[in-house]
Design a protein around this ligand. Structure first.
Ligand code: FE2
Length: 391
């Protein structure tokens, strides 16, 4: 059994504070609760109670602002060209976040020998043909393709949108510790493929041979075969591709205390986590906060991808992305908090479906990501400000 590090019980309070943090929004007496936190939400923290909203800057220069991107403006080459590929948007040496909008069958197979690939299906249906067997896909699926696994994608229509997370380090499930083995999802619900030869004979180039496009040393090089590399008739072991759909993920929550985002991590490495914020009720206890406090998550960049639903009832374009670089203040503007809490009724639910990537190593946006950036959020008080701000 692995021992967990001992939790710190050393806490000091000075001046005006809440009796308990993240609760009692009516006891603040006009002060704003602002969290400073290390190691995501698991390390040391301090709550500061201040007179002005920490996000109420008059203007933020480029580089000091949280960023929002229009995912519909992203144009990977695989959208229009069968031989095209995904488009990288954000990266650091051990992690890349890309978008694929593959519009047609692959006339090749892929084998990533640089790292694991995690596809999140935002739009479209079809099949990942892998050497372990076919994995059908639909919106809301996470498909994990371990490093070195050969596959090709066969969409059933031209409209597909995948968020692709590539990790140099092996991606595993996040530790859900005390929740038990069947929460927040039952591992029996993972879809694990059975071998099946691809009778359609896809994956061939114009010469009739089967290229395998290796992703290697951050570039591409092909191996060409005379026979289909998807030729496995049986497999055995504990290393295989699989999928999990977000409908089978049951978010944990509390009626009385706002649960921090780290509770919703699904996959993790030693430096980043991939997780989801999914529909759930609002906290209903009269003294419970229903939003996270303003915060500076100083050791993590926070990337979010809006898959579906709204931002607390406010419409949002699907595939909107946001990046909050580590250390930058964010939080739902007080005006928006007041609007949302003012109309809350018992039983109201949050309907948002968001995939997030929180990473300790800062992400660099590519020029293609920068080209899809929306700039309104640099001005505080913009009505669309909550996009990346309330998580
Ligand atoms: Fe955050």
């Amino acid at each position: 059994m692995q021992l967990r590090p001992m939790r710190s019980w050393i806490h000091h309070s000075r001046g005006k504070v809440l009796r308990q943090a993240v609760t009692g929004r009516r006891e603040l007496g006009g002060l704003y609760e602002d969290m400073l936190t290390r190691q995501g939400f698991e390390g040391r923290d301090a709550y500061l109670y201040r007179r002005a909203e920490p996000t109420a800057w008059k203007h933020a220069e480029e580089g000091a602002a949280n960023r929002t991107y229009d995912g519909q403006l992203v144009e990977p080459t695989d959208r229009t060209r069968p031989d095209g590929g995904p488009l990288r948007l954000f990266h650091h040496p051990a992690l890349a976040v890309s978008v694929s909008r593959r519009g047609a069958n692959m006339p090749f197979s892929v084998r990533n020998v640089d790292g694991d690939e995690l596809y999140f299906v935002h739009e479209g249906t079809g099949t990942f043909y892998t050497e372990f067997g076919p994995i059908p896909y639909e919106p809301g699926d996470y498909i994990l393709l371990p490093k070195g696994v050969t596959y090709r994608i066969r969409p059933s229509g031209p409209v597909n949108y995948f968020l692709v997370v590539e990790s140099a380090e092996e991606l595993g499930f996040a530790d859900t510790g005390v929740l038990g083995r069947r929460a927040p999802f039952d591992p029996g619900l993972l879809y694990i493929p059975s071998p099946e030869l691809d009778e359609l004979g896809d994956g061939r180039d114009e010469r009739g041979t089967w290229p395998v496009r290796l992703k290697i040393r951050d570039g591409y090089a092909s191996l060409v075969y005379d026979a289909d590399p998807i030729d496995v008739e049986g497999w055995s072991g504990d290393l295989f591709p699989f999928k999990l759909n977000i409908r089978d993920y049951r978010p944990v929550m509390s009626d009385r205390i706002h649960v921090m985002p780290s509770a919703y991590a699904v996959f993790a490495t030693s430096t980043f986590m991939v997780g989801n914020f999914l529909p759930r009720p609002f906290e209903t206890a009269p003294d419970a906060a229903v939003f996270p406090p303003y915060h500076r998550n100083v050791d993590y960049d926070e990337f979010t991808f809006f898959h579906g639903g709204t931002v607390l009832g406010m419409p949002i374009a699907p595939a909107t992305m946001a990046l909050v670089p580590q250390g930058l203040h964010h939080g739902l503007p007080a005006e928006v908090q007041a609007q949302v809490t003012g109309r809350l009724k018992p039983g109201d639910r949050i309907d948002t479906e968001v995939v997030f990537v929180d990473t300790t190593v800062p992400l660099t946006p590519t020029p293609e990501a920068e080209a899809a950036q929306r700039h309104a959020e640099q001005e505080s008080g913009a009505p669309t400000a909550p996009v990346g701000d309330w998580m």
